[in-house]
Design a protein around this ligand. Sequence first.
Ligand SMILES: O=C(CO)[C@H](O)[C@H](O)COP(=O)(O)O
Ligand SMILES: [Co+2]
Length: 232
Amino acid sequence: MASQPLHPLIAPSILSADFARLGEEVAAVARDGETRADWVHVDVMDNHFVPNLTLGLPVVESLQKVSDVPLDCHLMIDNPDKWAPGYAEAGAYNVTVHAEAAHDPVMLAKNLRAAGAKAGLSVKPGTPLEDHLEVLKHYDTLLVMSVEPGFGGQSFIPDVLEKVRTARRLVDTGHLTLLVEIDGGINASTITQAAEAGVDCFVAGSAVYGADDPGRAVAALRDQAAGARSAH
Ligand SMILES: O=C(CO)[C@H](O)[C@H](O)COP(=O)(O)O
Ligand SMILES: [Co+2]
């Protein structure tokens, strides 16, 4: 995961999908061609780390059986040191834990990788990147939250782009080796500025699953991000 991927990655968040039809909702962004998502983003919330409760390991295990798009699990939970490796063992492609919640983030990254997943570290909007730079050397992805974690459909916080620029610089100069991912409020009005700041992977929940055709929304967001990147 060293250099910037050839095209921007789009990861629809099923937080905004119909939970009664999760398999079909994943299939809607898994058709071959330009409408295909790169990853499917799965928001796990425990009602402790964030004030909301969504889904957990049994649902991820079921999704893993039906999804041929890699799962990107975003764990908004306390004590990820204990729970996160289970998501890697279930076959998730990338498992992201919060820097604010992890007790031993270096050991946790090792455990995630040993279980076969990429290891992701996320920072909330108010968490400085500088506090976690040493730890980030052990991770494959950095998930910059551009809303307060807990709910979909919130407004993008542009101040976090400074963290994206810093991370991009550190990756491009070889000081870090990771993908830069952004999550929260990404849509047609905000994706250009995020792409210009250097994001590799864009999570979009309401902008994809709130659209009439989720697959078309994926293709449109990817086009827009690619255009912003090449113009930069
Ligand atoms: O982690 C999240 C919230 O905590 C979600 O991934 C995120 O909010 C996606 O939803 P939207 O694109 O509607 O903001
Ligand atoms: Co998320």
